[in-house]
Write a protein that binds this ligand. Structure first.
Ligand code: NI
Length: 141
């Protein structure tokens, strides 16, 4: 792809919950972005960097998968339980905290092949009702 093609701006339409957009707008204002578009471009770049970092991980790792989800989302609790049973080979322990009426925080300590940890993280990310997922890893050196 030429630099010219890369710089060509495409317009997209995105539907977002109003409270998410309001919070996003608050952040871009606070951070001094000149426009909402600039903030969205930056957020997408960060998303790509994060994904590529995760994809590049290999070998034995220990880590933590942290995520927040809406337990009122139909089926989410049983999906999460099924998923964690399926990944019992890499899950060491987990901690569940009820944050408020609808939000739960879960912290899962993992260990094993980085590919398997990534697979678990991506499966959690793809569940409807999961709002934020973060994988952090380290290794014995
Ligand atoms: Ni809970």
């Amino acid at each position: 792809m030429s630099a010219e093609q890369e710089e060509k701006l495409m317009r997209i339409g995105v539907s977002l919950p109003s409270n998410l957009l309001r919070r996003f707008d608050g952040i871009i204002k606070e951070r001094g972005y000149s426009s909402r578009s600039e903030g969205i471009r930056d957020a997408i770049r960060n998303y790509i960097v994060e994904y590529e970092w995760m994809s590049g991980e290999s070998g034995e790792r220990v880590g933590v998968v942290t995520f927040i989800y809406d337990h009122e989302q139909r089926g989410i609790n049983s999906e999460l339980v099924d998923l964690q049973h399926h990944f019992i080979d890499v899950i060491r322990t987990s901690l569940h905290i009820h944050l408020d009426e609808s939000n739960c925080l879960e912290v899962v300590i993992v260990g094993g092949d980085a590919k398997r940890l990534r697979e678990l993280t991506e499966k959690i990310m793809s569940l409807k009702g999961v709002k934020h997922v973060k994988l952090t890893t380290t290794q014995k050196v």
